[in-house]
Design a protein around this ligand. Structure first.
Ligand code: DMJ
Length: 526
């Protein structure tokens, strides 16, 4: 339906009892979380109180909704139950990131379908979760990816709908992730075997064990991975009544026990840390891949705690100050960018992933003291402008995986291997935040340019596909519809053309996969 009426909150308040059988559940204190009370604590209806007024904005929003329906319908038709759709070959992709879990696209799409009021499609996705989402799996999963996509997606959908199934699946899966924290420092390793620990057998001898990534030097853990857990884990504790999740992943544990104890080169956080010694393993610093969402979760921790997590705020402020001082640069052509740092030497490159930082810095600026507010808002706008340039300077009007500011290059990929676009969200994510915080119409204009480019170059007969080279208008498709396209890219584009009270920033923080988690207002608990 294209109506925009707000559904009634769940009339049956959730009693918050712990879900089905599992280790330690009998002894746990029942959660005092009250869903009805939570809903009434929100400052705005989750899907907004009124539709966008002007016809053009409404038409654009409905176009993005149609794109979501198209992406979902094709996934459902050709790949339901697999992790992603392969839109050219019309089949499913499983991959090896989720340790035997399936349906990454279902879980990632749920809250977007709900927010867009694609009711029938939401029911299809929910039915799959109820009937086919199997957590009794074996295999090596990325702790980070399972957390941001599965736990984040399930939690957000529970908070939006009050439907018990999403909460119980999130809690059950959360328990499977806990053994990853069993290291000398409590900093988790990146890979976890999801098999049941109480059934370790000849067939699954590694159940509950964790490893570091083979490619991460000297058994290290990755900053953006171990630093991107606490938003979701705090909610797992909130909903289960079991403090263990919050204790393991809190910023206070991260900060006090480990990160504040180890010396940071020029105040910067390197991307690799030993979970055994708590020391840095390699001095590579990046606000893009390997570092990115660590910074994002510091400022969002503070916001989600209703501005009570002062430790996270201080860590964010200090980190941003060091970034401003050592990594923020201006190109000869006047474009502001954030360079990477390798053992003291700057690499004048920005990854597409780093483009989320425009939105993050704007969000932080909104709440900064007088002295910083304008400076940070300007920085956020300049970085977002640079990321827009990386799109505008390509033939497809989509941006490359990485762009450089060296050897005469400005905001363009210089290597063949960096010319691809895999439907990533970071640039439109920044447009959405900058729009909400400034209402400068250029952000909606830029977002619409992306919609047109996606339609022209990424839409194929059976879904949306990434492209291998943004600098040719006859690009080759990579045959992959990433789940984050449905979770993030289309959600942020849609929100860009919504009124500000749809998933209002007063009530929600988006996890790094764009799944909304509620701000803990004082009356959050029963
Ligand atoms: C998503 O899974 C998340 O946004 C993550 O933080 C980074 N990578 C992808 C999207 O590009």
């Amino acid at each position: 339906p294209e109506t925009e009426t707000e559904p009634e909150p769940d009339p049956e308040p959730d009693t918050g009892t712990a879900p089905g059988p599992g280790p330690g559940r009998q002894t746990r204190a029942p959660s005092r979380f009250d869903y009805g009370r939570f809903r009434s604590s929100l400052r705005h209806p989750v899907r907004g109180g009124r539709p966008a007024q002007d016809p053009e904005t409404r038409a654009r929003r409905m176009k993005i909704r149609e794109m979501m329906k198209f992406a979902w319908d094709n996934y459902k038709q050709y790949a339901l139950g697999k992790n992603e759709l392969r839109p050219l070959t019309k089949n499913g992709h499983i991959g090896n990131m989720f340790g035997g879990l399936r349906g990454a696209t279902v879980i990632d799409a749920l809250d977007t379908l709900y927010i867009m009021e694609l009711e029938e499609e939401f029911q299809e996705a929910k039915k799959w979760v109820e009937k086919s989402f199997d957590l009794n799996v074996n295999g090596e999963a990325s702790l980070f990816e399972v957390n941001i996509r599965y736990i984040g997606g399930l939690l957000a959908t529970y908070y939006l709908t009050g439907e018990e199934v999403f909460k119980s699946k999130a809690l059950e899966l959360g328990e499977k992730l806990l053994p990853a924290f069993n290291t000398p420092t409590g900093i988790p390793r990146g890979v976890i075997n999801l098999g049941r620990q109480d059934t370790r057998s000849l067939f699954s001898p590694f159940s509950g064990m964790s490893w570091s990534w083979g490619w991460a030097s000297a058994g290290s853990s990755i900053l953006a991975e171990f630093g991107t857990l606490h938003l979701e884990f705090l909610h797992l504790s909130e909903l289960s009544g079991n403090p263990v999740f919050a204790e393991k992943a809190s910023t206070s544990h991260l900060g006090l026990q480990v990160l504040n104890k180890v010396e940071k080169p020029q105040g910067l956080y390197p991307n690799f840390l030993s979970p055994v010694t708590g020391n840095w393993v390699q001095h590579h610093v990046s606000i893009g891949g390997l570092g990115d969402s660590f910074y994002e979760y510091l400022i969002k921790s503070w916001l989600m705690s209703d501005k009570k997590d002062l430790e996270a705020k201080k860590m964010y402020d200090d980190a941003l100050e060091a970034i401003e001082k050592h990594l923020v640069k201006k190109s000869a052509g006047g474009l502001t960018y954030i360079a990477e740092w390798r053992g003291g030497i700057l690499d004048h490159k920005m990854g597409h992933l780093a483009c989320f930082s425009g939105g993050m810095i704007a969000l932080g600026a909104e709440h900064a003291g007088e002295e910083r507010r304008q400076r940070h808002m300007d920085l956020a706008a300049e970085i977002t402008n640079t990321c827009h340039e990386s799109y505008a300077r390509s033939d497809t009007k989509l941006g490359p995986e990485a762009f450089r500011f060296d050897a005469g290059s400005e905001a363009m990929a210089t290597r063949l291997s960096e010319r691809y676009y895999i439907l990533r969200p970071e640039v439109v994510e920044s447009y959405m935040y900058l729009w909400r915080l400034t209402h400068n119409p250029k952000y909606r204009q830029w977002g619409w340019e992306v919609v047109k480019a996606l339609e022209e170059h990424c839409r194929v007969e059976a879904g949306f596909s990434g492209i291998r080279d943004v600098y040719t208008t006859t690009p080759t498709h990579d045959n992959m519809q990433q789940s984050f396209f449905l979770a993030e890219t289309l959600k942020y584009l849609y929100l860009l053309f919504c009124e500000d009270d749809v998933l209002s920033l007063d009530d929600w923080v988006f996890n790094t996969e764009a799944h909304p988690l509620p701000v803990n207002h004082t009356n959050f608990k029963a």
